[in-house]
Design a protein around this ligand. Structure first.
Ligand SMILES: CSC[C@H]1O[C@H](OP(=O)(O)O)[C@H](O)[C@@H]1O
Length: 346
């Protein structure tokens, strides 16, 4: 049984994280007591996942506020500059900037107030995730009432992507506890393999049935009738429900629509960016080519190979059955197709 640690926490003037780059082989924590160390951990995905990044943003501001104080204009300017470095560490998950801005709003009340609110954010994250994933599980049980579900997932959306419990993978946890989960089909999720390294690790620890598949096999799995629904997370949801999520999500949505399978996005309200009317304004992070040309440090492409490595894509709401948050269904985009002639629909 794995010791259940929070993905991210606070301990005596340092942010403490599970180092997700070491999983599944080694469960180790990192103490991050400088903004430089926190920014570097965010950029190399030692800590990752939208809600976990929101917590990292808030705790990062607490860290710099305690280092520099908030009693002078000069100190406040330094804290705000350090906070902006944290907010800019990764551009797509809106939670990171939301967490930073929530903490900055409390600077006038002093460093202790900033930290107290960040710690409260940690506590409320699990409640929010459990609520959002419960709504999603109930929606799926209404859509697929007749048997335990075979759920296809993408990337990692469990407790490692949040402070605890998870969003899309939290939905799987609810279904499993309800006795309504058959198996999780977890996309390995290249290039950083969050599915095979992290999702499979989380599920193995809890005895949840899981099969890992290449991302390129997901369409065939749906075509072969191996999948009842697709459940994914989100990094930024526009006001109309368009959703930015791990690269490959858009393709899953297209294939799920083709096979008339429920495609559900599970997010938190802190992931919704209502300043964006639709997904066209979402900035998609482009990452380094070495993630494509190397695997565990071993070249898998000729030296100097050009690459295209967007970390996310944007799924239009028209392809989404429902975007679900802790408040319920935020947006619905794809009604169930009627039975057409001899074509079976689920
Ligand atoms: C519950 S948010 C998880 C979300 O974040 C992941 O991206 P990354 O691993 O790059 O932080 C992925 O898009 C997941 O769906």
């Amino acid at each position: 049984m794995v010791l259940v640690l929070r993905t991210i926490d606070w301990d005596t003037d340092a942010v403490v994280i599970i180092d997700q780059t070491a999983l599944p082989g080694r469960l180790r924590t990192l103490r991050l007591d400088t903004v430089d160390a926190l920014v570097e951990a965010i950029r190399r995905l030692a800590v990752r996942g939208a809600p976990a990044l929101g917590a990292a943003g808030a705790l990062g501001v607490a860290l710099t506020a305690r280092e520099h104080g908030t009693a002078s204009a000069e100190a406040l300017a330094t804290v705000r500059a350090e906070a902006d470095r944290i907010a800019c560490a990764r551009p797509t998950a809106v939670n990171l900037r939301h967490g930073v801005e929530r903490a900055l709003a409390l600077l006038e009340h002093g460093p202790d107030a900033v930290l107290a609110d960040a710690l409260a954010m940690l506590d409320e994250d699990e409640r929010i995730n459990r609520a959002a994933s419960r709504h999603a599980a109930d929606l799926l049980l209404r859509r697929c009432p007749d048997r335990p579900l075979r759920v296809l997932t993408h990337c990692n959306t469990g407790r490692l992507a949040t402070v605890a419990w998870g969003t899309a993978l939290g939905t799987v946890r609810h279904l499993h506890a309800d006795g309504r989960l058959d198996v999780v089909l977890a996309d390995e999720t290249r290039p950083l393999l969050q599915g095979s390294r992290l999702t499979a690790w989380e599920l193995a620890d809890e005895g949840v049935p899981c099969r890992v598949l290449p991302d390129s096999a997901a369409a065939a799995a749906m075509a072969r009738g191996m999948v009842d629904c697709v459940v994914v997370g989100a990094d930024r949801v526009a006001a109309n429900g368009d959703t930015a999520n791990k690269i490959g999500t858009y393709g899953l949505a297209v294939v799920a629509a083709h096979h008339d399978l429920p495609f559900v996005v599970v997010a938190t309200e802190s992931t919704v960016d209502r300043s964006l009317p639709d997904g066209s304004g979402i900035v998609v992070e482009e990452r380094g080519g070495e993630e494509i040309t190397h695997l565990a440090g071993i070249p898998v492409a000729p030296e100097g190979t050009a690459v295209f490595n967007p970390a996310f894509d944007v799924t239009p709401v028209e392809l989404v059955t429902a975007v679900v948050t802790e408040n319920g269904v935020l947006a619905e985009g794809r009604p169930r197709k009627p039975v057409e002639g001899t074509r079976l629909t689920r």
